[in-house]
Design a binder for this molecule. Structure first.
Ligand SMILES: [Zn+2]
Length: 63
């Protein structure tokens, strides 16, 4: 899913490795993906919205 990055967000982008951080003057978007391995929930990955698209939407097109 695509979400606005909220104040206090402290996660690293799964693609570029840089912090996905809140910037007060920029409405940035992040993509949050629940990753399933063999049908079971494994982890949550965060991406900058742009990184997610550059990666080829690895977990499907974000809703
Ligand atoms: Zn990124």
């Amino acid at each position: 899913m695509t979400r606005l990055i909220e104040a206090g967000t402290e996660v690293d982008c799964a693609r570029c490795g840089e912090r996905v951080k809140f910037q007060a003057r920029v409405k940035s978007l992040q993509v949050i993906c629940n990753v399933y391995v063999r049908g079971r929930w494994d982890r949550v990955e965060h991406y900058h919205e742009q990184c997610y698209h550059e990666a080829g939407d690895p977990h499907g097109v974000a809703a």
